[in-house]
Design a protein around this ligand. Structure first.
Ligand code: ATP
Length: 300
């Protein structure tokens, strides 16, 4: 018994000691189905900061050699601007984010931030510069304050509350039985999907990185939660260079630029009104969502 018990206990100890160090990596790797083998270049330089223009140039990529996911993909997100990516499931939206964070390497072409190629950056500086709000944020079975404070170890309570306010999470947190001290349960089980995502946005506010990657949740939300998320996403993206992977088109109607992907290529780009007027794929996606929402409303 002791033999079995001891190593497990040691593991528990090691886990507690290292979970902080692991979280960021884990958040990133949750975007993956398999962990790739990415190494830092021997002469890697830290990201200089300042200009954080994101540039994809002629990127080809496939998870498997026979199946290409991105085809000659080029995109510029100017410093401080927001770009939303939409497209049907499997069109390659999340893949863009994974390549930007260098969780995968392109087969051809290059990706750079402020003119520095991401494969020539130290992994630490790259990952520190990018905040991620994943679809299904990872929460600890701890308090709300702990889960937000995670964005920046050592943050003061006022800073945590300010971040929650900015993420439009403060209102719902105050209504919980123990406010910021409320425990969220295993993997945040006591919170709704929209609430969890706002906690993740608050965490991102606290981290305050120059670049944001937001992978919007697909789950249907009621109108009020939808509006709160929309406001929070807009604010966390503002004044940063941001890539939003959008599933609910209603959240990106005000975005600087929307790109529409199909089969790993950009097929349309522009602002919401212009894309709707074009009557192409964006228009079709919009109509589809409108019909789905109507059905959901009727079913409720
Ligand atoms: P969704 O809207 O459903 O999230 P998406 O547009 O983000 O989809 P991606 O996740 O970028 O699509 O996937 C693009 C293609 O690559 C899909 O065909 C998908 O099945 C495939 N794919 C994604 N991740 C992997 C992986 N780790 N290994 C192999 N194939 C993958």
């Amino acid at each position: 018994l002791i033999q079995v018990f001891l190593p497990l206990n040691t593991l528990g100890f090691v886990f507690r000691e290292t979970r902080d160090a692991l979280l960021n990596t884990e958040t990133l790797f949750r975007l993956l189905r398999k962990a790739p083998d990415i190494r830092e270049a021997p002469q890697a330089q830290p990201l200089r900061g300042g200009d954080t223009t994101i540039r994809f140039e002629h990127v080809d990529f496939g998870y498997e050699p026979q199946r290409r996911v991105l085809h000659d993909f080029s995109l510029d997100i100017p410093h401080g601007r927001t770009c939303a990516v939409v497209g049907s499931s499997g069109s390659g939206k999340s893949t863009l984010a994974r390549i930007l964070m260098r969780l995968y390497e392109p087969d051809a072409g290059r990706v750079s931030i402020g003119g520095q190629r991401v494969d020539e950056l130290t992994l630490q500086s790259l990952r520190e510069a990018i905040g991620v709000v994943p679809q299904d944020p990872m929460l600890f079975n701890d308090t709300i304050a702990y889960n937000i404070g995670y964005g920046r170890p050592g943050a003061l309570r006022e800073e945590i509350v300010a971040a929650a306010r900015a993420a439009q999470a403060d209102d719902f947190i105050r209504l919980l039985p123990d406010g910021y001290e409320t425990r969220v349960g295993e993997r945040g089980a006591r919170l709704s999907g929209g609430e969890k995502q706002r906690i993740a946005i608050a965490r991102a506010f606290l981290k305050n990185p120059p670049i944001m990657v937001l992978d919007e949740a697909t789950s249907a939300l009621d109108t009020k939660a939808e509006r709160a998320i929309q406001g929070a996403l807009e604010r966390v993206a503002r004044d940063r260079t941001s890539l939003i992977i959008a599933h609910r088109l209603s959240t990106i109607v005000n975005t600087d630029e929307i790109i529409v992907m199909d089969g790993g290529r950009i097929v349309e780009r522009g602002r919401h009104d212009m894309l709707l007027a074009q009557g192409g794929l964006y228009f079709q996606l919009w109509e589809l969502q409108r019909q789905q929402q109507q059905t959901e409303t009727l079913e409720r």
